[in-house]
Design a protein around this ligand. Sequence first.
Ligand SMILES: C[S@@+](CC[C@H](N)C(=O)[O-])C[C@H]1O[C@@H](n2cnc3c(N)ncnc32)[C@H](O)[C@@H]1O
Length: 218
Amino acid sequence: MAAQVKSKQRVEEHGEVFTNEREVNAMLDMVKQETERIDSRFLEPACGDGNFLSEVLRRKLAVVTERYGKSQLEYERYTFVAVSSIYGVDILQDNVEECRERLYGIVKNAYEQQFKDDCRPEVLDSIRYLLAKNILCGDALTLTTNNGEPIVFPEWSLVMGSKVKRRDFTFAALLNVSAEAPTFDMLDEIDQDEMGKIIPKPIKEYPMTSFLEVAKYE
Ligand SMILES: C[S@@+](CC[C@H](N)C(=O)[O-])C[C@H]1O[C@@H](n2cnc3c(N)ncnc32)[C@H](O)[C@@H]1O
């Protein structure tokens, strides 16, 4: 079993005690259907080295393999969707790096097991880029990065086959979303300010691109 504590100092300063596999699985089983939905969005605001996120990814990829394992392009597209919908924040940079590396390793192993020598490096490059944008170092209480900038998450939507649309949102804007979805009648009565609270506005929109070329965005 992996160690649950790295050091006494980290426990004292950051409350860092990792959750063991049995508990991770028991908790994820409470939302089992969501963990097996390829495009279901998960955001963990204190993700550590990714105990929860890696298990979510494993479950999603098992579905990708089962459904699309016979078609390489479909497998690659849905692997992209599975990873693109997983988000994490941690205040400690080494945890963030370990988490990204761990998720990357899970994708790479699954992909290589399925397609062996036919694996395309550009698919793995896109996955690396997704993880660099979705798993971020910052403070989930102040919603800022360690430089004091707002934490920004991209939303990735696969549209028109292999094309991807990216829109960036601040973490703060995402959390301001009203928990109650408006009815159509209510929409007529809501002014623009109210609307902004219900539907967060992206701070940046990007032109559509192939899922294999997202790394060219910046
Ligand atoms: C109890 S551990 C849980 C880690 C992981 N979720 C797990 O279950 O294994 C808490 C994590 O939160 C991080 N953390 C502490 N304060 C934080 C904050 N303000 N914002 C983001 N992460 C924070 C710590 O670095 C640590 O990795």
